[in-house]
Design a protein around this ligand. Structure first.
Ligand code: 13P
Length: 217
């Protein structure tokens, strides 16, 4: 398989991020999947391949119409990766995982409210929870795209979480932040309903973040 240095870098970065996802404790087994925009399509992880065994040539190049080499097997969640990248020109990488605390909240159908100012990094004053639909379906993809409107992360009911960004590094960073927020919110709920920051305050934080270098995207 011949490829440019850029494509090779992206494939290596995807495998590295998959392994990091599990090492960081935000995913387990082969539950997660990752995509990065590339040329006139995307590079997406293969389905059901353990990250330690994943090879560069198993990463699938998919065109924006969903087509790919017939010998390759893209993630079962390729639809939402494709649809998010199509719907969001600002997004260049999509990280999907099943982090424990995000998933606990998602099972309970709860979105994450503004319990901590860091929620602003996900683009607004909430991290929505997309309604349940079977994994890999167009319905789940529609729900995910809607839940991500104006946001860089969402939960998936009875499933997990999606974080997106301008780069794979940013999407990975945000995935960890969102799981941290979910953990904090879950902890607060043990003590009662937590007090929330106002939408105006989150907007102020968003403005400050853009000057701080940990801006969205
Ligand atoms: P893949 O191994 O097909 O990427 O799917 C994992 C998964 O958990 C889907 O949500």
């Amino acid at each position: 398989m011949s490829m440019t240095a850029d494509e090779l870098d992206k494939r290596q970065a995807i495998i590295g991020a998959c392994r990091r996802m599990n090492a960081l404790g935000i995913n387990q087994g082969t539950s997660g999947n990752i995509s990065v925009r590339h040329a006139d399509g995307l590079l997406v992880t293969p389905t059901s391949v353990p990250y330690d065994a994943m090879t560069l040539d198993q990463i699938v190049f998919m065109a924006m119409d969903g087509s790919h080499a017939p010998t390759q097997k893209p993630s079962s969640e390729w639809r939402f990766h494709l649809d998010i990248l199509k719907a969001r020109p600002d997004v260049h990488a999509v990280v999907h995982a099943h982090p424990t605390y995000c998933t606990i909240l998602a099972i309970m159908g709860r979105e994450i409210p503004p319990v901590h100012y860091m929620i602003a990094a996900a683009g607004g004053d909430s991290i929505r929870c997309a309604p349940y639909a079977t994994f890999g379906t167009a319905e789940l993809s529609e729900h995910a795209v809607r839940a991500l409107e104006g946001r860089l992360a969402c939960l998936l009911d009875h499933h997990g979480m999606i974080a997106v960004g301008k780069s794979l590094d940013k999407a990975m960073w945000l995935a960890v932040e969102v799981e941290t927020l979910a953990r904090q919110y879950h902890g607060c709920l043990q003590l009662g309903e937590p007090p929330l920051l106002s939408s105006a305050e989150i907007e102020r934080v968003r403005q400050r973040m853009s000057g701080y270098g940990m801006s969205e995207g």
